[in-house]
Design a binder for this molecule. Structure first.
Ligand SMILES: NC(=O)C1=CN([C@@H]2O[C@H](COP(=O)(O)OP(=O)(O)OC[C@H]3O[C@@H](n4cnc5c(N)ncnc54)[C@H](OP(=O)(O)O)[C@@H]3O)[C@@H](O)[C@H]2O)C=CC1
Ligand SMILES: O=C(O)C1=N[C@H](C(=O)O)C[C@H](O)C1
Length: 237
């Protein structure tokens, strides 16, 4: 199975190592920011794995449209419009986008939904912590968890608080980003009730878990018909 890796940073480098170490996979190519134009006439692969940057999207769209390669996208920081464009690639190829390819976060998402249903009167806040090189905030995973506890959009997200912001509105969910050091990614969903608190935390101790999950998703995706798939559909169905 031929794999084209898009992005040669922290994630792209690990994915390249995993591909090169797996005898069932063949590295067709890899591009980063300074070599991104190579994607315009790059060789076709069975699957492209994209952990680059939102600004790479037009080149990724062109590559998938030209080659029909399946696409595993892990890029975060997309606008709603850009995310719709990623999903639209599913009309011609098998496509998955997930803000988090770890099995642990897939389970955390389910637990968060269950807790939010059971603790309907509790105040919910989401905190995320990442390394000091992260480009986007809040993390894609924090947004994923926000959707998990707020599937109908009934609550209003509040991104940080400062000044005379007044008492907390029961219909808001605070989302807070911490940045520092080399933290691979920690996410906590807090449920605050009267005299009690529940915290659900996922702590990545290496970004290798995301790369492993993305490669596993790629192997499953290449067997699928064109369409847009979720991580849950591919890995747990
Ligand atoms: N879904 C998941 O499970 C995970 C998702 N991510 C996401 O993956 C993405 C990459 O993360 P990470 O590897 O840590 O980031 P890095 O900054 O280490 O790598 C990003 C890559 O994109 C390139 N790039 C940067 N800016 C641009 C640009 N404007 N146009 C084109 N290419 C660009 C970089 O090139 P150069 O180095 O030359 O700048 C590099 O090749 C992020 O969006 C991150 O949030 C990360 C971990 C897990
Ligand atoms: O940039 C990162 O590092 C990560 N990004 C993803 C996100 O934005 O949720 C996933 C993971 O937390 C690491």
């Amino acid at each position: 199975m031929g794999v084209f890796v898009i992005g040669d940073g922290r994630m792209g480098t690990i994915i390249r190592e995993l591909v090169e170490a797996d005898s069932s996979l063949k590295l067709v190519g890899i591009v980063g920011a300074d070599t991104k134009e190579n994607l315009r006439d790059a060789a076709a692969a069975d699957v492209a794995i994209d952990f680059s940057h939102k600004d790479m999207l037009p080149l990724v769209e062109a590559y998938v449209a030209r080659t029909g390669a399946a696409l595993v996208s892990g890029v975060t920081g997309y606008s709603d419009e850009e995310l719709s464009r990623v999903k639209a690639l599913g009309r011609g190829a098998a496509v998955i986008h997930s803000a988090n390819y770890s099995l642990g976060v897939a389970v955390l998402r389910r637990l968060a939904t269950q807790a939010a249903e059971a603790l309907a009167e509790f105040d919910i806040e989401i905190t995320e912590t990442h390394h000091n090189q992260k480009a986007d905030a809040p993390s894609g995973t924090a947004k994923l968890l926000l959707d998990a506890v707020n599937p109908e959009g009934a609550y209003e997200p509040v991104y940080g608080r400062e000044g005379m912001c007044g008492k907390r509105d029961p219909r808001e969910i605070g989302v807070h980003a911490l940045r520092g050091g080399t933290v691979a990614g920690t996410h906590t969903v807090h449920f605050f009730g009267p005299d009690e608190e529940v915290e659900l935390t996922h702590r990545a101790t290496s970004r290798r878990i995301f790369a492993t999950g993305a490669v596993a998703a790629a192997k499953k995706l290449v067997a699928r018909e064109p369409g847009f798939y979720t991580f849950d559909e591919l890995m747990f169905a």
